[in-house]
Ligand binder design. Structure first.
Ligand code: DGJ
Length: 724
């Protein structure tokens, strides 16, 4: 039983294999958070909510049962005495927005209900249990149901809220977060992933200050700048030590994760839709469902937290036939040709690639409309037969005849002003009447909340997929949203547009996958500008960054791995000098770094020397040899990328084999390099590829010692196999 209710203590006990989560109902009906951490037996935990006596500046609730500003509130409300960041604020029709919810009833059951129209983790009856707590604001008539799903095999809890207007008057939701976590005082750091284009998801760990720290996006997508992931970790928590609470939001739009450390040092973390530029008008009888937030507690540092997210997201978020299937090893023509190609050039790339063992050709931007540069054509999803003579049908046939699969690039949500679609439907863009529209990469954003826009996009994509044999789509999104208004929404609902956009996007993705269930989608947004768990629900792999320089990728992939599994991290070998950085790196290094993801190539293979082609064949063989270990093994980050070096390893779940990769970033003569395995079985005996046979405990406590001078950017790998 993962969920227990104690009538005696009026408390709920949620258990995962190694963690407990406890909340209770106080005499006034307030939901109070009591505990989240290492697994504990069921006992009276209500004492954890005791706080120093109140002062007049922290008012009592009207019924004197709590001091909302000090109590660990389970789902905090604004305007009734809790001055910290709050999860919920509802404005009622008389104009006031003070909000206060109290317990009404609860139920719990096996399994996990779906979240209609939105991506979420899923679980069978045997994999999880769900608790629903119904609460009510007696003044506004808002009913708030809090959902908690406890996974039986993972130390993870999924949460969300549903707001139902049970009154006779409309309500306006002003902030409605998915979850609120009150964490008692400690010496806490905040860990998060920041970045920009070509520099996504840089990991940062800092002591948490007093006041509010906000990790958020207002860009219309989760963005390159922040990721919907935050971890609260004990000060200096490392890969294998320290308490860590990781929270990840399954949402692709404007998100907000706020952490407030109050004067006493207690913390509150809220995760959900960003209230800035958000509102939702709720007519009587209507409901609003928040996205889902997932928390993972680890008592063994960041590494264990990441491994839990990896397994949960791989097995219970990604869906469809590709979720755990071996992904095709692809070559993408973007950096090889940009817009300058015709069918012969693409065919020749495919032909040479097929001879090296590459399994899929992905035709990137430029195959449609007047798309000979990035100033025209977006929206005109008709094959440009001047470029691809014979059309996609012929090209895909020829590529399939090489024994390869075929993938195609789309950027459905966008439109160039210089396009037939814009000339026909200028009203289809997001726009504010009378205000000039901002351009981003010469393009506008389509209003994805409009059914007619989605119908057009579906018809175009569906037709193209039906007319040619296409196994994969790369779904791109190359700018952020401005002037966010929809021609179809009344004024009092314009604040809904950002969220409606995201719901429209989900609807189109779902429709496409329903019509083409075997399609492999790869998410993309100018690299990794929409690398979030919601996208993983549709596309089990996501282009990680437009920065394909393997040394830059060390930082990007390290940060990405905090929350996302290797199967999600698209990573390609590209040419040197690198197009983003101008840096030249050994081909082996580029391959070793790309192997830490869904491996592929992004260059014109016809320009490679025979020697390079032989090396590619060897890398392809390595990809196959290590595929299961890298993609389904457990990741141990051994040395975070620093000025000198970086290392990581994968250990098979049954601990019979492991693969370590070391990157020497800077040559330092007379410096020996040492790196220790983690996660092996101490008593198993392992042999490396050179015949060194040692117990796991030696590989972990002493590790590998390299005394020969390693050159700039040189790598080595160590493969261990258990000796029986
Ligand atoms: C941005 C993507 O990240 C690139 O890989 C490429 O697909 C371009 N868009 C094409 O315009």
């Amino acid at each position: 039983m993962s969920i227990i209710y104690s009538q005696e203590f009026n408390s709920f006990y949620l258990s995962t294999p190694n963690t407990s989560y406890v909340l209770s109902v106080n005499p006034g009906g307030f939901l109070i958070h009591n505990y989240y951490g290492c697994r504990l037996p069921v006992c009276d935990m209500r004492f954890t909510a005791e706080r120093s006596s109140q002062a007049s500046f922290c008012p009592n609730s009207a019924d004197l049962t709590t001091v909302p500003d000090k109590a660990p509130m389970e789902y905090s409300c604004n305007g009734t005495g809790d001055y910290r960041v709050s999860a919920l604020q509802i404005r009622e029709s008389r104009g006031n927005a003070s909000t206060d919810i109290r317990y009404v009833s609860h139920k719990f059951y096996k399994g996990k209900p779906a979240l209609p129209g939105q991506p979420a983790t899923y679980a069978s009856q045997d994999e999880a249990e769900t608790l629903e707590i119904l609460t009510r604001d007696n003044v506004t008539g808002a009913e708030v149901t809090l959902y908690y799903t406890v996974f039986n095999n993972y130390d993870a809890i999924a949460r969300r809220a549903v707001i139902h207007n049970s009154s006779a008057l409309p309500l306006d939701l002003e902030r409605v977060y998915s979850a609120c976590y009150d964490i008692p005082k400690g010496n806490w750091d905040i860990c998060h992933l920041y970045g920009t284009w070509a520099k996504e998801r840089t990991f940062e760990q800092n002591p948490l200050p007093h006041g509010i720290t906000s990790i958020e996006s207002k860009r219309g997508s989760s963005s390159h700048y922040h990721n919907p992931f935050v971890a609260i970790a004990s000060h200096n928590a490392s890969e294998d030590q320290g308490d860590v609470y990781g929270v990840s939001l399954i949402y692709s739009g404007n998100f907000s994760m706020q952490v407030e450390q109050d004067t006493e040092g207690d913390l509150r973390l809220i995760a959900g839709i960003n209230p800035t530029d958000f509102g939702w008008h709720l007519e009587p009888g209507a409901s609003f469902e928040t996205p889902e937030a997932v928390s993972v507690y680890s008592a063994e540092g960041l590494g264990e937290m990441s491994r839990t997210f990896h397994k949960l997201y791989r097995n219970n978020l990604c869906r469809g036939p590709w979720k755990n299937a071996k992904r095709p090893l692809l070559i993408n023509n973007w950096e090889g040709t940009y817009f300058d190609f015709d069918e012969e050039k693409i065919y020749n790339i495919a032909k040479d690639a097929s001879e090296l063992g590459i399994e899929m050709l992905v035709l990137d931007d430029g195959w449609f409309g007047a798309r000979n540069h990035d100033r025209a054509g977006l929206g005109d999803w008709y094959v440009n037969e001047n470029k691809l003579r014979g059309g996609l049908g012929l090209l895909t046939q020829r590529i399939h005849a090489l024994g390869m699969k075929f993938g195609l690039w789309f950027e459905p949500e966008m439109i160039n002003p210089d396009s037939d679609l814009y000339r026909a439907h200028p009203d289809w863009c997001l726009q504010v009447a009378g205000r000039p529209m901002s351009l981003g990469r010469n393009q506008y954003v389509l209003d994805m909340s409009r059914p007619d826009v989605r119908d057009y996009l579906f018809e175009r994509m569906d037709t193209i997929l039906n007319e040619a044999q296409i196994e994969y789509i790369k779904w791109d999104f190359n700018r952020n949203i401005t002037e966010a208004a929809s021609a179809l929404l009344p004024a009092h609902q314009q604040k809904e547009i950002f969220h409606r956009y995201v719901l429209g996007l989900y609807e189109l993705l779902e429709r496409l996958l329903t019509a083409h269930p075997d399609l492999l989608l790869e998410g993309c947004s100018g690299g990794g500008g929409r690398f979030d768990p919601a996208m993983l629900y549709y596309s089990p792999q996501i282009w990680t960054s437009d920065d394909t320089d393997a040394i830059e990728r060390l930082t990007i992939q390290y940060g990405t791995s905090m929350c996302y599994p290797t199967t999600a991290i698209s990573s390609h070998v590209s040419v040197c000098p690198n197009h983003q950085t101008g840096r030249s790196l050994p081909l082996q290094t580029r391959a070793d770094v790309a192997l830490a993801g869904t491996f592929g190539y992004e260059l014109d293979v016809t320009k490679m020397s025979d020697e390079e082609k032989e090396a590619v064949k060897a890398h392809v063989a390595e990809y196959h040899k290590y595929y299961d270990l890298i993609h389904f093994g457990e990741l141990y980050r051994l040395i975070p990328p620093n000025a000198d070096e970086c290392a990581w390893s994968y250990v098979a779940e049954d601990k019979t084999e492991a693969l370590l990769t070391f990157v020497n970033i800077r040559c330092r003569p007379q410096t020996r390099r040492c790196v220790k395995f983690r996660g092996l079985a101490p008593d198993k005996i392992y042999a490396d590829q050179d015949g060194n046979i040692r117990p796991g405990s030696v590989w972990m406590n002493v590790g590998i010692i390299k005394t020969d001078t390693m050159r700039d950017f040189e790598t080595f790998k160590v493969y261990l196999k258990e000796v029986k």
